[in-house]
Write a protein of this length. Structure first.
Length: 154
């Protein structure tokens, strides 16, 4: 690629990154109480089925939590206060997406460590193979191979 083309591609990438950043950081319209309650319900785990969010589940417990979320939103509590209330009541497992960054980075770190260990093992094996010298066959082995080849040729 030519230098001007690389420069144009780099500038285009910077412009796209700036536009995406501006779109993500720009304040949007304030969500309605119902939208806030729905967003909060999608972030909490149903205590009965545990595989679904409170928003998805149709159990009595999920209904009660959705009602409680709506009451707290109407009372003017912040999203963080509402989440904290449910964490205090049920424990950290109630959150579908944990707040602790270790919970997000630990699986990535384990995968990267596994890839690094595999790469080290593979490199060590290749180094061993490259360092190994082939052992020439003995005179007896050569004679046996020659006899077998003559027998095959018939």
């Amino acid at each position: 690629m030519s230098r001007p083309l690389l420069l144009a591609a780099g500038l285009s990438l910077l412009v796209v990154a700036a536009l995406v950043t501006a779109a993500l950081l720009s304040p949007g319209d304030e969500p309605s109480a119902a939208q806030r309650a729905e967003r909060l319900a999608t972030g909490l785990r149903c205590p009965d089925c545990q595989a679904l969010s409170v928003a998805e589940s149709r159990t009595r417990a999920a209904d009660a939590i959705r009602d409680e979320i709506a009451e707290q939103v109407a009372a003017g509590r912040s999203d963080e206060e509402i989440r904290s209330h449910f964490v205090e009541r049920y424990g950290e497992w109630i959150l579908l997406a944990p707040d602790d960054p270790v919970a997000w980075w630990l699986p990535v770190a384990v995968i990267l460590a596994g890839v690094a260990a595999f790469a080290a093992w593979f490199a060590a094996g290749r180094a061993r193979l490259e360092g190994a010298r082939p052992v020439p066959p003995s005179d007896a082995e050569r004679r046996r191979l020659d006899d077998e080849l003559e027998a095959l040729d018939g």
